[in-house]
Ligand binder design. Structure first.
Ligand code: FAD
Length: 308
């Protein structure tokens, strides 16, 4: 493809997002000498909310999400990446030079790696924020093993795939659907379906129970933990208008090389809905970076005689 640039972009790579996917991508690019900017938004990385991570390699005794993220951040800084703390409000990705717009400036680059993560629909009830990581989990795969032989509640807005895996671990599960479900049969014996309204998550230092109303009468259900399995809310609204393809769930569509449908634009981590795990986000960030660097090499070859 022959391209003409009126000016050289400010950066080789802009990474939007400073969770494990964005930090890994930034670290790879910066350490290979590419001028790299990582933009971290006001929304915290989901890793920051994780009390303990037990399934990330290299930490046999577990590590707090905060510490793991901080270590990754330091490594990316040491590799030479620049950081800016601002929300990206718009992007212009279709031309060879990509523009990323924050509230205060427009920044240009040859490539953009989108690693903006994903949100979860909250229940918005008393105790939900207070006990996050203290008995409340949004991730059965991550935290299920902590509830072996315990009593838990699973609250969900659809039939959760997590129910069967949790039923193999917990001794008792109260499954509380948020929306009416068609009749469910064949559930394991330790699962009890409760059609109740949840008023609050209760406890002193961690989750101890759920305050519910059943047939208009208030009662407290004793549980050791509450799993909230609600639909994802992608943060992809800024991306949606850019031409990057997004599926019906709001997840960014990527190939095996983490490339989107737009040349020079890659995505990694939870925003691609490809695993929702730190190890997956890290791996995808690395793949996105390697392919973004190859793309820049190619661009530079083509541009050599045009820009200095
Ligand atoms: C309570 C909890 C426990 C968990 N436990 C585990 C576990 O045990 N094991 C495991 O593997 N995984 C666990 N996870 C999941 C894991 O944290 C995520 O899979 C991982 O953080 C995804 O990384 P990411 O980089 O894709 O996104 P995130 O870590 O969510 O980072 C997203 C980044 O994008 C930025 N951003 C968003 N919008 C914008 C914008 N407009 N402009 C600029 N920046 C923006 C945010 O500021 C943030 O820096 C847990 C998650 C939670 C919430």
């Amino acid at each position: 493809m022959s391209i003409f640039l009126s000016e050289k972009p400010l950066y080789d790579v802009i990474v939007i997002g400073a969770g494990p996917a964005g930090l890994t991508a930034g670290m790879y690019c910066a350490s290979m000498g590419f001028k790299t900017l990582v933009i971290e938004g006001s929304q915290p990385s989901r890793l920051q909310l994780a009390e303990q991570i037990h399934n990330y390699p290299g930490f046999p005794d577990g590590v707090s999400g905060f510490e793991l993220l901080n270590r990754m951040r330091i490594q990316t800084l040491k590799a030479g990446a620049e950081f800016r703390r601002e929300d990206v409000v718009a992007v212009d990705l279709l031309s060879p030079v990509k523009t990323v717009i924050t509230r205060s400036e427009s920044i240009t680059a040859f490539t953009v790696i989108i690693a903006i993560g994903l949100g979860k629909r909250k229940l918005n009830i008393e105790g939900e924020d207070r006990f996050l990581g203290l008995g409340i989990s949004y991730c059965a795969l991550c935290d299920g093993p902590l509830y072996k032989d315990k009593t838990i509640a699973l609250v969900s807005d659809e039939f959760p795939g997590d129910l069967l895996s949790l039923s193999r671990l917990a001794s008792k599960i109260y499954f509380i659907p948020l929306n009416p479900l068609e009749s469910i049969s064949g559930l394991p014996g330790n699962v009890e379906v409760l059609n109740v309204k949840i008023k609050a998550i209760t406890g002193v230092n961690r989750v101890e129970g759920l305050r519910i109303t059943r047939n208009g009468i208030e009662e407290t259900l004793q549980v050791d933990g509450v799993f909230i399995s609600t639909r994802n809310i992608p943060f992809t609204s800024i991306i949606a208008k850019s031409g990057v393809e997004i599926d019906e769930r709001g997840c960014i569509k990527v190939g095996k090389d983490m490339a989107t449908n737009i040349e020079g634009v890659y995505a990694a981590g939870d925003c691609t809905c490809g695993g929702m795990q730190v190890a997956v986000a890290v791996g995808q960030g690395a793949v996105a970076a390697i392919n973004a660097m190859a793309y820049i090499h190619q661009q530079r070859k083509e541009l050599k005689s045009i820009i200095v």
